[in-house]
Design a protein around this ligand. Structure first.
Ligand code: ADP
Ligand code: MG
Length: 153
């Protein structure tokens, strides 16, 4: 497996658990860019992350709204940019990317030029047996630190 670190989850619950562990390491300004096919588990991952960030509201797919903002211990900005079209819509996103919360972007490659330099790129892949590989692909300092902590147990 390539990437800076990778994990295999066998259920949606295990994916949420990995996300909860990652959430405990995040700080204001952190941005997670998620790539992976429809059904790979991006929204499931976002749900675990939100839960551990103290968001009480149910998190669902933001496909039709592009951004959903949640209040937790930190603000949590959940984005799905699959349907983004106009440059105006794109410009509005930067206040979230450079805001004081944690952002998670589904289909992030569509807005790649707008993302902060230390964005943590992640890829979710469906494995042949139905499990998921969840990989951190970035290799900058922030990603290395997160991988180091996540790989501890
Ligand atoms: P995406 O946002 O990438 O389109 P979703 O999170 O909405 O994907 O959907 C993932 C689907 O796959 C859910 O129905 C979930 O229950 C199922 N699933 C099965 N195994 C896993 C796993 N290991 N991790 C995440 N989701 C899984
Ligand atoms: Mg989704």
């Amino acid at each position: 497996m390539s990437g800076t670190c990778s994990f295999v989850t066998r259920s949606a619950e295990e994916t949420k658990e990995l996300a909860r562990r990652l959430a405990g390491l995040l700080e204001p300004g952190d941005c997670l860019a998620l790539e992976g096919d429809l059904g790979a588990g991006k929204t499931t991952f976002a749900q675990g992350l939100a839960e551990a960030l103290g968001v009480e509201e149910a998190v669902d797919s933001p496909t039709f709204t592009i951004v959903k903002e949640y209040d937790g211990n930190l603000p949590f900005y959940h984005m799905d940019v699959y349907r983004i079209e106009s440059p105006d819509e794109q410009l509005g996103l930067e206040e979230y990317f450079y805001g004081d919360g944690v952002c998670l972007v589904e289909w992030a490659s569509r807005v790649e030029p707008l993302l902060p330099p230390e964005t943590v790129w992640m890829r979710l892949s469906v494995l042949g047996d139905g499990g998921r590989e969840i990989r951190i692909e970035s290799s900058h300092g922030r990603a290395l630190r997160l991988c180091g902590e996540l790989s501890k147990r």
